[in-house]
Write a protein of this length. Sequence first.
Length: 257
Amino acid sequence: MGRLVPAVTRALDILELFLDGDGTLSAPEVTRKLQLPRTTVHELMTTLAARSYLVPVPGRPGRFRLGVRTYQLGSRYAEELDLAAEGQRVAREVAETCDETVHVAILEDLDVIYIAKVDSTHAVRMVSAAGRRLPAHCTSVGKMLLASLSQDEFDTRIDGRELAAMTANSITDPDALRAALDTVRERGIATEHRESNPDVSCVAAPVRDSTGRVVAALSISVPMIRWNEEREAELAELAAKGADDLSVSLGHRGDAR
């Protein structure tokens, strides 16, 4: 890896601030949030505005929002990646079979981001949303994705990082997580028992692209009132089949496991 360019890093930090709140910010707010010199923020925001990455908010002097250039980049990304659309289609098919909540997620650093989700029709069901981010080590999709990393890459990501607990059952010890990921690799299936939600357990399987690389994971989440060993085995098979179907749609040949 080459050296990171500070000016580019700061410009990207500014753009990422617009992902939160109402999507508008002023230069003083950016200065305060990033703890950067006012002159630096002014120059960076002026440059981003000149290139249409930021635009002034009509009727709100001094405030900016993301510009059309960010939309164009996002659209090109979406055109090149059918994972979200295909994930939603397959998640819907799996949910229709088991009537439980189905997610498709990708890995970003040590978090998972849900890119597709279909709800159960049961009155008691898991509450979540596409776009939500959770610690990977607390979820079945996250364990599946972490298990797909090489040992060196995993060690690099986890080095010096705290594994926060979401429930009393969350894994917080790195060695315990490594052991859990070994089990995931052996089984080809990941499970999570009340580790991200005290009332929910999940099972997940890997999704591969045309090169065989794990690019996502598909999970089925079930409230504990409907969870038992027999149901877990049944849903593990269904999650694996759904993940295989999604993998095929992405060009993968063979069993994704």
